[in-house]
Structure formats: C-alpha cells, structure tokens
Design a protein around this ligand. Structure first.
Ligand SMILES: Cc1cc2nc3c(=O)[nH]c(=O)nc-3n(C[C@H](O)[C@H](O)[C@H](O)COP(=O)(O)O)c2cc1C
Length: 351
C-alpha cells in the first residue's frame, strides 16, 4: 500500500503511482521514460533540445517498449527578435575567457536553440497521441492548444506563482505543476521574471491548491520519501521529481555533472540566467561565480548559450565544468543512486 490517498492525478492520467518523472531536456533518455512509466509512474519526454526527427525516434523507441501512459513536454516560449547590440555586449563580457582559452572572440558562434512548441511538434502530438502533454513557460497559442486538446491528451503546465496557476486554470489545463524555487532546471515563470519574489514549494503548493479547482502536482526540492509525503500533506495530488532522476543510470549527464551532483549541498546551487538567458537552477560553477549568477548582459532566451558554446567545447573535453550548466535542485544531496524504476517505486513506498 502506498503513502497517498488522493487519486485525482492517478485517475486523470491513467497511471498507478502519483509520481511524475520530470521532463529534463538534455538529461532524460527514452530509457528513463520507459522505466518510469513501466514502474507505474508517468515517464516524460522533453522535446526542447530534440529535432523533430530525434523526437520521433525517441517516441518510436518508447512506444515499442511500453504501452503505459507517457507525457510529452514542450517549451512554450516565443523566440526573440535578433538583437545584435545585446549579442555584442554578451560577447564582450565573455571575451576574456576566449582569450584565456586561445579562441578568437570575434569568430562566429553557433545559434543556440531551445525549440518552442509549434505546428511541427503539434503534428507529432497528433500522430503519437501521448496521454499527457506538459508545457513550460506558459502555454502555446489557443489554436495549437486546441489541437492538442482534440487529441484527448491531458494538458498540464508549470506555475511558479498563484497568479500563473490561475492564468493556466482559466485556459483550461487539466492539472497544474506547482514549481517551487527549490527546483532544478529552468524556472517555469512566465507572468513575471522577478526572481526575488519567486516562491518556495512549501508555501506555493497549498496556496495554489486553494486557488484552483484542478489537481496540483508539486515540484521542486522533492528527492526523497519525506518530501513526497510532505507534498501530499500540503494538498498535492502527485509530485514531479527531477533532480533525483539525474542520479539514475538512465540519465544522460556528463561525468563532471554526475560527480558534482554526488557532492551537491543545500547551498551550492543558484538560479542563473547566463547559460540560456532565462533563470534556471544549477550547481554553482566558475562562470556563474564570476559573471553571474544573474547577469544583466545575458541576452534573451534561448540565445545566451551560443557564445558559451566554443568555451564549453574546449573545457568539456578536459572534463572541466567552468562554462557548462549543471542543472540541479536544492535537494540533490537527498537523492540516492538507484535505477529509474526503483526510484519511481521508492518515492511512494510506505515506510
Ligand atoms: C536537468 C534538468 C532539466 C530540466 N528540463 C526541463 C524541461 O525540459 N522541461 C520542463 O518542463 N522542466 C524541466 N526541468 C524542470 C523539471 O521538470 C522539474 O520541474 C524540476 O526538476 C523539479 O525540481 P527538482 O529538480 O528539485 O526535483 C528540468 C530540470 C532539470 C534538473
């Protein structure tokens, strides 16, 4: 018998355990999704860093290995207009690092991308029909959203404040992910970009539960059974766990990121905008210390990563984390190494 009483999300998504393996662009593999869904939770495939072809290949692999429900996850941002002045300011801020590594600060850099949900991705949802579709950074426009709804998928999205939760509820989402400030990865904020007023999970979950009638999924800083139980007490109907899944063998993380996760502490992550232009929580490294964690010079999401790419290419070869994002939440040190299937079951096991 598990440690939850509220079956609203379990019933809504058609899953057995109220555990959502968080979509983690770059780190989630099809193997992780399969393991989490097969174990009875909801495996989530993030598309933000995948091309359409890669997304299709991942979905083919997942659908051939499990018939259990899955979640497809998308970013709902709009790509910014080109801003050469901001790009130049950013490159000037990074120029000393180029010089240090013997790179030409004026050489062209690759365009950095995180793909927003669009007609092509919507076509994939229509053909693969995931049981759940989740969005980060708000929602796509009404037409795209309606097309997703017509597939029968349950729709969910991240809220980092009560105002965002109400905004999502007004647009008809089926469930809301209450994403506290402890969470690893990009903040899902979309109505305000003021990081000083973002809310912690303990305060956010019950206030969102009180504000909306749809079920709430707690996310952020939940890496062990105590956190899961606490989220249920606060009124959450399920939890979405990210960082703890980075400790599983199914996660795709660099060796230095894995090492940093193992020695993570409560106080060595920070919210930074320097890797992409949007605030995201990761383990503090050299570039965050020296020009961040929040830098005015970082250009709009998702372009900031472009000028960092050449620096990363050199240093990652030497297993150095100086210029690389190592997303992690504040409860990384509570996570234990185990398989994704074991983790999915462990989180809701009774003591
Ligand atoms: C490495 C990493 C990548 C992430 N990428 C995404 C993503 O692509 N889409 C998304 O909706 N959330 C993303 N997130 C946020 C997670 O879905 C989740 O809300 C968060 O990890 C929960 O907090 P926790 O890390 O403390 O468990 C990411 C988080 C991490 C740690």
């Amino acid at each position: 018998m598990g440690n939850w009483q509220d079956n609203r999300i379990v019933d809504l998504f058609g899953i057995e355990l109220p555990i959502i393996q968080a979509p983690m662009a770059g780190a989630t593999t099809p193997e992780m999704v399969i393991a989490a869904s097969e174990a009875g939770g909801l495996g989530s495939l993030p598309a933000a860093l995948l091309t359409i072809e890669q997304t299709k290949a991942s979905l083919d692999q997942i659908r051939s290995a499990t018939s259990k429900p899955i979640n497809m996850n998308f970013f709902a941002h709009a790509n910014p207009a080109a801003d050469p002045v901001a790009q130049m300011a950013w490159r000037t801020a990074l120029a000393p690092y180029y010089v240090e590594l013997g790179l030409d600060p004026a050489a062209p850099v690759p365009a950095a991308g995180r793909a927003p949900f669009d007609d092509n991705y919507c076509g994939l949802v229509e053909s693969y029909r995931p049981e759940v579709v989740s969005f980060h950074f708000g929602l796509p426009g009404p037409e795209l959203l309606e097309r997703v709804r017509q597939t029968g998928a349950k729709i969910t999205a991240s809220a980092t404040t009560v105002a965002e939760a109400r905004w999502l509820a007004e647009r008809g989402v089926d469930a809301i992910i209450a994403m506290g400030l402890e969470a690893g990865g990009h903040r899902g904020n979309f109505l305000s970009d003021d990081m000083a007023t973002q809310v912690g999970t303990m305060a956010l979950v019950p206030q969102i539960v009180d504000a909306v009638s749809v079920p709430v999924i707690a996310a952020g800083g939940i890496s062990d059974r105590r956190g899961v139980r606490a989220a249920f007490v606060l009124g959450a109907s399920a939890v979405q766990v990210g960082t703890a899944y980075l400790f599983t063998p199914e996660a795709k993380v660099t060796a230095f990121h894995r090492e940093a996760l193992k020695s993570a502490r409560d106080d060595n992550t920070a919210v930074t905008n320097i890797f992409t232009g949007r605030p995201a929580r990761g383990i503090v490294n050299r570039i965050m210390r020296e020009i961040g964690p929040l830098a005015k010079a970082a250009p709009a999401f998702p372009t900031a990563g472009g000028a960092l790419a050449p620096l990363r290419a050199v240093t990652e070869k030497e297993s150095r984390s100086d210029f690389s994002n190592m997303w992690a939440g504040q409860a990384a040190s509570l996570a234990r190494e185990m398989s994704a299937a074991e983790l999915t079951r462990y989180l809701v096991e009774a003591d």
